[in-house]
Design a protein around this ligand. Structure first.
Ligand SMILES: Nc1ncnc2c1ncn2[C@@H]1O[C@H](COP(=O)(O)OP(=O)(O)OP(=O)(O)O)[C@@H](O)[C@H]1O
Length: 335
């Protein structure tokens, strides 16, 4: 449905690239989350797709038709793309109903359509109110209703929940995606929050320095991350550097980079039935009680520090820790 081919964009005549050679496909009806740290190019990528920026290289096609390339540019309003941003961008002087009507000037039965959209987002009685009379979460649902009203082929959500506090954020995210599922619209969802991505996306695209590092379903990103960065995004991860290899006596292939998830490091204070292939001794520097588990900050003889989790309340000052080769993650990259 959406095809991005070798897309690049620079804001300084090619010295740096906000988006560099990005290629991916998105199937109709799928939700794809775009995840990456600040400055990785997420917003630039969706602005290119929405037609708010022009690419320097490559092309964007929707349903087989090129909408942006070096010699073709379809205007944003002709792209059938709905946008929802972090700031709700509602017109303050228009009622909720008029805000929704604004986007569907050319649709037949537009009042009926606008009311249907209000019903869809659960604000059927609020059409006559003004934006300032609604809560942040309600305003974001109006923004969603407005974006969905013209029946877009693609809906782009750019950090739509960042303005909200954590409780409301999770609730609204779940509500919004329940609404979206009913419409079967294809979605690109920009977020820096991996929990958001894991909760709602069919697939996740990871951007780093403007490049796609990996695009896959969530389970694969966890089990087979391409890089240490991707591994770290989906759970605390320790790089098994030379010092750690020496400490645990686990020599690893020098041409690759290796890591272990913190929750795969086993803790056993007595070493009785310790069942790990690679073991070392560690000094407990700090214990932090986190409800029913305890986080331990450890120092190895080599001076390396790492954290592990345990449920054992009787932790001595010096403990054994270890892991198994099956849990080691291996990447091609050099750090
Ligand atoms: N209009 C612009 N002019 C100049 N540089 C820009 C412009 N827009 C983005 N950039 C640069 O492009 C790079 C990618 O920015 P972008 O906003 O796409 O990242 P992001 O991943 O969305 O970040 P954030 O999560 O902080 O919003 C950054 O280095 C940014 O400074």
């Amino acid at each position: 449905m959406l095809t991005i081919d070798s897309l690049s964009k620079s804001f300084d005549k090619g010295r740096n690239y906000a988006i560099k050679n990005v290629t991916f496909n998105l199937k109709a009806g799928h939700v794809c989350a775009i995840v990456g740290e600040s400055g990785s190019g997420k917003t630039t990528l969706v602005r290119l797709i929405a037609g708010l920026e022009r690419p320097d290289h490559g092309s964007i096609s929707m349903n087989g038709k090129v909408i942006a390339s070096l010699d073709k540019f379809v205007q944003p309003e002709k792209r059938k793309i709905g946008l929802v941003f972090q700031e709700y961008a509602l017109f303050p002087h228009l009622t909720i109903l008029d805000n929704i009507l604004y986007g569907i000037a050319k649709v037949k039965n537009k009042k009926q359509r606008a009311q249907e959209m209000l019903d869809l987002v659960g604000l059927e009685d609020m059409g006559k109110r003004y934006p300032h009379q609604l809560s942040g979460g309600q305003q974001q649902r109006v923004a969603l209703a407005r974006a969905l009203a013209p029946e877009p082929s693609l809906l782009i959500l750019d950090e739509p929940f960042s303005n909200l506090d954590t409780m409301l954020r999770t609730q609204l995210r779940n509500e919004v995606f329940e609404i979206i599922k009913k419409t079967e619209v294809t979605v690109l969802f920009v977020t820096h929050d991996t929990q958001d991505a894991l909760s709602v996306a069919d697939e996740i695209l990871i951007l780093q320095n403007g490049k796609v590092i990996q695009k896959d379903v969530a389970a694969n990103l966890y089990v087979k991350p391409n890089t240490l960065y991707v591994a770290s995004l989906f759970g605390s991860t320790v790089h098994i550097n030379k010092n750690l290899q020496n400490a645990f006596q686990c020599p690893l292939n020098e041409t690759c980079c290796h890591a272990i998830r913190n929750d795969k490091i086993k803790v056993n204070p007595t070493s009785g039935d310790f069942d790990c292939e690679y073991i070392t001794t560690a000094q407990v520097i700090k214990k932090i009680e986190l409800g029913d588990s305890i986080q331990l900050l450890l120092k190895l003889e080599s001076g390396e520090q790492l954290t592990v989790m345990t449920q054992d309340k009787n932790i001595a000052d010096t403990i054994n820790i270890g892991f198994n080769s099956k849990d080691i993650l291996e990447f091609d990259e050099e750090l």
